[in-house]
Structure formats: structure tokens, C-alpha cells
Design a binder for this molecule. Structure first.
Ligand code: ZN
Length: 182
């Protein structure tokens, strides 16, 4: 990421909105924004780490609820902030909890739309864990919705990715969704 270029662009924005980038409070702003961008978008830099799975014959549903995430909406460059929930039925393999969290993080820390974020997480887990069924539910508040346009603070966008048996069997899917409070 070219931080210097971001800094220059932020200075331009400050000029464009009629501010003086040299005034005390703004002098360090371009650098701070560039650093914030780097942090928010670090998902591009994260290497494909070895995604450890453990052999396990359990066929019981695994649910990981309330994984916090934040991402940056690619339409407005404003954050959307929420929680991811992952449920799967293993088929010989289970994944470490930290790995699941890392997959969410890797894709969230990019310019995103929530639908694609959900799909990317779902695809990667489906491929790596190869479960019998997989359900990924994301709920997030988008600052671009809350602060501008329709202005609906507190409203959540909910997106759902389903694969395998959860796709085929509505009753199983509904059981998991109700466990997730949906
Ligand atoms: Zn947006």
C-alpha cells in the first residue's frame, strides 16, 4: 500500500472541503488516515497461512457465534461493523476456532460489500473444512446507511451463506438459524 500517496490525497481532500491542512489539528491527519487505511485494509497483505484442520469423527454441529468484525464499504469508504456467526457439521475434519476467526478477518479487512464478504468466507470454509453443511451469517451496521441517505441508525444488514446439507434441508437450516436467534 502506498501510504505516501494516501497522505497526499487526504491533504487534497482537506483543501477541497475548504480546510487548511497546515492548522494544528489537521497537520498529522493525512498520516493518521493513511495509517488507519493500512490497518483497515491489511487483509490484502495477510498471507495464505496453513489452515490447520484436525481429524475428528464427530458429526455434531459446531457453532461459533458473535465473531466481531469490521470492514470498509467499497462504495463509500465508510466502515461497516458487525458480527459473524459460523455453523457447520463436520465430515471428518474440524477447524481451530482461531482459524475461523482469521478467515473472517482476512476478508473483512478489505474494501468490501457485505454480500461478497459473506460469500468469500463461505467459499473458503467450504473448501478448507469440507463439512457436510456450512452456514455463515453476517449482520452489520453500515455507517454509510446510518449517517447518510436513509439514515436508519441501528438497522442491520443480514447476509447468509449456506452450503451442503444446510442448503438442502430447510429444517436443519432453520434449527441453526433459531440457535443463532434468527
Ligand atoms: Zn456504503
Amino acid at each position: 500500500m502506498d501510504k505516501e500517496r494516501i497522505e497526499k490525497a487526504v491533504r487534497e481532500i482537506l483543501f477541497a472541503i475548504g480546510e487548511n491542512p497546515e492548522r494544528e489539528g489537521l497537520r498529522e491527519t493525512p498520516r493518521r488516515v493513511a495509517e488507519a487505511m493500512e490497518e483497515l485494509l491489511k487483509g490484502y497483505e495477510l498471507k495464505e497461512d496453513d489452515f490447520t484442520v484436525f481429524q475428528n469423527q464427530s458429526q455434531e454441529t459446531v457453532i461459533l457465534r458473535d465473531i466481531p468484525f469490521f470492514s470498509l464499504c467499497e462504495h463509500h469508504l465508510l466502515p461497516f461493523i458487525g458480527k459473524a456467526h459460523i455453523a457447520y457439521i463436520p465430515q471428518g475434519k474440524i477447524a481451530g476456532v482461531s482459524k475461523l476467526v482469521r478467515v473472517v478477518d482476512k476478508y473483512a479487512h478489505r474494501l468490501q460489500v457485505q454480500e461478497r464478504l459473506t460469500e468469500e468466507i463461505t467459499n473458503e470454509l467450504w473448501e478448507k473444512v469440507q463439512p457436510k453443511g456450512l452456514l455463515v451469517l453476517l449482520e452489520a451496521e453500515h455507517l454509510c446507511m446510518t449517517l447518510r441517505g436513509v439514515r436508519s441508525p441501528g438497522s442491520l444488514v443480514v447476509t447468509l451463506g449456506v452450503r451442503g446439507i444446510y442448503e438442502e434441508q430447510e429444517s436443519l437450516r432453520n434449527a441453526v438459524l433459531s440457535l443463532l436467534g434468527r
